[in-house]
Structures are given as structure tokens and as C-alpha cells.
Design a protein around this ligand. Structure first.
Ligand code: GLN
Length: 270
């Protein structure tokens, strides 16, 4: 049986793009190398590992969990099924935080439900004056956050905390969160990559607003004067999110659209 790269890429009934990513991962090489050496032969071990990944992909497992990697804001992150896979639309939250972070002095930033740490780490990477605290209720997620912080060469404070439980008396200039915001009966939970993602990172009760309500209600006590709260939400949750913010006493309440034109994040300041 042929074990050349050229033939391996056609094995197994997955999208050509996925086959390339998986083969690149097994061979620890680049697309350019794959293309330049189609006759290169895989070892038996490489062939076995590649075909195992192809089979898992055919059953729907997300590419990011199979390779253990995902880029976010051009930085590399390790991901496992303990955390959500970083999504491009969440880069908006990083932009919002960096636009609104106070300049010219140290800026205290809190990222709630940090997961892989992609938001906290990207802010710390780009904002040298930011002192970033990353909190998550999951110890497994925080272990991954730590690994990703080291990998990207940034220092973070890591805190295992159910929302603000371990943050009493602490105040920040910016609080960001990509919390769970999917309603428990949302049919998207049965489709695509999300089937394999941790439910507790996606689902926020029957309505989808449970976590957003908690964050909005509890943030004011943890923001310094003029401090901003900003969070991601579902494409159809902007109006209700703004109402919650206004009702909790936030000023300058806003929503922002992602690159797909959907209102994807909202916020306000105290
Ligand atoms: N945007 C994600 C999805 O719909 C949900 C992410 C989240 O709950 N924070 O799949």
C-alpha cells in the first residue's frame, strides 16, 4: 500500500483542507513542505496516527481538538476539550478592551471565564501596561491558561473562581468576558464543532442570559471609577444585554458588530 504524502492526502473521505492540516500535524511540517515533497513516504507510525485522526475527523471531532492547536489574534494557543475553541469573532472583545483601557498608567484587566486564556493572554501580549487577571471556575481550564501564557511569554494572575467569588474587594479598570450564553434548548448545540465543546462553557440556563445577568449585576462592585465592562454575546442578544447594563446603572452603553456584521459584544462603564 502506498504511504506517499500524495496518496495519504486522498485517503479517508475528509475535506482536502482538513486532510492537509492533520497530515501537517502528524509530520510536524508546513504546507509548503507537503506540496514540495508529494512522493515522501510516511513511516508506519505516522501513517497509523494520521489515519486515526482522519477517522476521528470523519466522526465530526473539531480540527482544533485533533491537532490541539488554534490561532487567535495571530498568537498560538493549545486547546483541549476542556475549553472552548477560540473563535475569530471573539477577537472583537480584545479590540474593545485595548481601545478602552486607560493609557499612560498601569491598567488592571480582569478576564472572566478565561478558558484557553486567549482573550487575557492577547491583551497582556499587546498591552504592556496591563496587569491581567484571568479567572475561571475550571481548574483544568486554568492549567491550560497557564500553559498558553508561558507559551506566549506573558505573565498573568490566575484565579480559580466562580465569577467574582474569589475577588472580593478587588477592583479593575476593564472587565472582559466571553461567558456561556447559549440557551439550553438551542438547536445549534447539536451541530458541528460545538457538539464536542464543554457544555458548561456554552450553555447559560434556559434563556442563555444566566451568566450575562450575573456578570452585569456583580461587575459594578469590581470596577474602579469609569471602569468598563465588556462581554461577548449571541448575535440576537445585544438589545437585552444593553437593557441589563442600563438597568444595572452602566453609562455609555454600546454594542459592536463583528466582521460578519452581527452585534456580537456589548458594554458600558460605571
Ligand atoms: N459563539 C459560540 C457558539 O455559538 C458560543 C460561545 C459562548 O457561549 N461563549 O458556538
Amino acid at each position: 500500500m502506498s504511504v506517499r504524502i500524495h496518496d495519504m492526502l486522498k485517503a479517508g473521505g475528509v475535506e482536502p483542507q482538513d486532510a492537509r492540516v492533520l497530515l501537517r500535524n502528524v509530520l510536524q511540517t508546513s504546507d509548503a513542505q507537503l506540496a514540495a515533497h508529494p512522493e515522501h513516504e510516511l513511516t508506519e507510525d505516522q501513517r497509523r496516527r494520521y489515519l486515526a485522526l482522519v477517522q476521528r475527523r470523519r466522526k465530526g471531532e473539531p480540527i482544533a481538538y485533533l491537532t490541539g492547536e488554534r490561532e487567535f489574534y495571530s498568537l498560538p494557543f493549545r486547546v483541549t476539550p476542556e475549553v472552548l475553541i477560540p473563535r475569530p469573532e471573539t477577537e472583537l472583545l480584545v479590540d474593545l478592551a485595548m481601545e478602552r483601557a486607560p493609557r499612560g498608567r498601569t491598567c488592571r484587566v480582569l478576564d472572566l471565564a478565561t478558558g484557553s486564556g486567549c482573550v487575557a493572554i492577547t491583551i497582556a501580549f499587546h498591552c504592556t501596561q496591563a496587569q491581567v487577571t484571568a479567572a475561571d471556575v475550571s481548574a483544568a481550564a486554568l492549567a491550560l491558561t497557564r500553559e498558553n501564557a508561558v507559551r506566549n511569554g506573558v505573565a498573568l494572575e490566575l484565579l480559580e473562581s466562580d465569577w467574582f467569588d474569589k475577588l472580593s474587594g478587588r477592583r479593575f479598570d476593564v472587565i472582559v468576558a466571553n461567558p456561556p450564553y447559549v440557551a439550553a434548548n438551542d438547536r445549534h448545540l447539536a451541530e458541528g464543532d460545538v457538539r464536542f465543546e464543554p457544555r458548561h462553557a456554552l450553555v447559560a440556563g434556559r434563556t442563555g442570559y444566566e451568566c450575562i445577568e450575573t456578570i452585569v449585576a456583580r461587575s459594578p462592585r469590581h470596577l474602579g471609577a469609569g471602569g468598563w465592562l465588556m462581554f461577548e454575546h449571541g448575535f440576537d442578544q445585544a438589545q437585552r444585554s444593553r437593557e441589563l447594563l442600563v438597568r444595572a446603572g452602566f453609562r455609555d452603553v454600546f454594542s459592536t458588530r463583528d466582521l460578519a456584521g452581527l452585534e456580537r459584544a456589548s458594554g458600558g462603564r460605571v
